[in-house]
Write a protein that binds this ligand. Structure first.
Ligand code: AMO
Length: 436
């Protein structure tokens, strides 16, 4: 392997010979000196070649290198406070172009988002994009650490299924030998299966698919779903407690590791949320929103996007909090597997979690009593026979349980105040995007 020093490690070295490798971000061919800005995965660096010392051939290689090319440079590291870029520079002894870039870059700083997605591998060279995926790594690592330290079991459930898991709308059908299969919309059924399996507490981070034809800033046809499910809960309150502890652990880790850089690149201060997060029953949330002058449309028992923004604004003003659990959704708009309140079967023991005005998650206590579950499926117009494999999970003993599913890219989008889920998804998939 080439012995190169990542750019961010240079500052700690003494002046002397170093080799650095990365891509060429800028070349400034001046009369007396040539400057190159080199970037690698860890940072950027100014390279210099004073014409007085540099051999002709070296000067030509520098002025001939196309922007974007990957190069290796050996030269003399020098600490110099006057250099704006990190107080160091490297005087070039030799430059080797490893792979030259085509000279016409297909995207520029002002390219629109679709164009940038066409050339995502070049778009990802931006330091902001690089930071997003380092933050994602830290966030997932912190969550995983929390789960592992608290004795959760990690699952990888199948993404090829014989039936829908959420709704028959938004379902991708694929040919499957003599028959057909569906892409999993959620690990819902199989994460619940871990409860009669006696696993107690589980988690999964994996793909989920929705044949959603809409072009919004928050929907994708494939997304990474973060799921957790636990046994022996008394109500959805226990799920919310897990959920908020997990988010605190993740946000604390991100703030500790990347807080300063997030502020510098995105102008955003990461706030570690205080617990408990505010909890507001949906009916009350609608009243609050109406008092603020916005009536959630009547046909919509759910909160609509404007309602979500309004309730978030209220929570920010009243509690100085970025998160809010909206609880107790009507049974009519929740899946059959949500447990209903004993004293009010019109309401479910469920919640949506809103972060900075957008839904990032749904959670609930699940109905584990087989007779009630079958009845609820029937009421929703589902054929219990088609769901028999799932209903079997509840016929041989099962503890009370509940959990949640949360969209990873949505959390990042809202944490970093990004306008679009495409920015926080490595490779976005939408109704008209299957490439690259
Ligand atoms: P739900 O359908 O609300 O619940 O999805 C949970 C979370 O997943 C994310 N999400 C999406 N992200 C991007 N694009 C999409 N098309 C998309 N659809 C959903 C959102 C959403 O809040 N099985 C239940 C969860 C549970 O009860 O455990 C479920 O899937 O962040």
């Amino acid at each position: 392997m080439t012995t190169r020093t990542p750019i961010k490690h240079l500052a700690a070295l003494d002046d002397g010979t170093v080799t650095v490798s990365g891509w060429v971000e800028k070349v400034r061919d001046q009369k007396a000196v040539q400057f190159v800005i080199l970037r690698d995965e860890s940072g950027s660096l100014q390279l210099v070649a004073p014409r007085a010392d540099a051999p002709e051939a070296l000067q030509e290689s520098i002025s001939g290198v196309s922007l974007g090319s990957f190069v290796s440079v050996t030269g003399q590291l020098k600490h110099d406070e006057r250099v704006k870029l990190g107080g160091i520079e490297v005087k070039i002894d030799s430059i080797e172009v490893i792979t030259a870039s085509s000279p016409e870059a297909p995207i520029a700083e002002d390219s629109g988002i679709d164009k940038r997605m066409d050339w995502r591998f070049l778009d990802l060279r931006r330091p902001e994009a690089n930071l997003i995926f380092r933050i994602q790594t830290t966030l997932e690592h912190a969550w995983r650490t929390y789960w592992v330290e608290n004795d959760f079991i990690e699952l990888h459930t199948p993404k090829l299924m014989a039936s829908a898991s959420e709704s028959k709308a938004e379902l991708f059908e694929v040919g499957y030998f003599e028959t057909k299969a569906y892409l999993a919309q959620s690990p819902q059924f199989f994460k619940q299966m871990a409860q009669p399996a006696g696993f107690g507490k589980i988690f999964e981070v994996g793909p989920a698919f929705r044949a959603d034809p809409s072009f919004t800033s928050r929907h994708a046809t494939e997304f990474t779903s973060v799921d957790s499910e636990i046994s022996w809960i008394d109500s959805h309150e226990d799920v919310m407690k897990l959920h908020e502890d997990l988010l605190v652990a993740g946000f604390q880790a991100v703030k500790d590791k990347h807080g300063a850089e997030i502020e510098a690149l995105f102008g955003v201060e990461v706030t570690v949320p205080s617990t408990p997060f505010p909890r507001i029953p949906l009916a009350e949330a609608k009243r609050i929103v109406a008092e603020r002058g916005y009536e959630v449309p009547r046909h919509d028992d759910d909160m609509d996007p404007e309602g979500e923004r309004q309730i978030a604004a209220y929570v920010k003003e009243a509690f100085d909090h970025e998160f809010v659990f909206l609880t107790d959704y009507a049974s009519s708009i929740r899946p059959f597997y949500h447990m209903r309140h004993d004293d009010d079967p019109g309401l479910t023991k469920s919640y949506d979690l809103i972060f900075n005005g957008v839904e990032i998650s749904t959670g609930a206590q699940r109905e584990h009593r087989i007779d009630v579950l079958v009845e609820q499926a029937r009421q929703k117009g589902l054929d219990p026979e088609e769901l028999d494999f799932y209903l079997d999970f509840f016929r041989f003993g099962v503890p009370p349980h509940g959990g949640f599913g949360m969209g990873l890219s949505r959390v990042l989008m809202l944490m970093l105040h990004q306008a679009n889920i495409r920015e926080t998804t490595y490779l976005f998939r939408g109704p008209t995007r299957l490439l690259p």
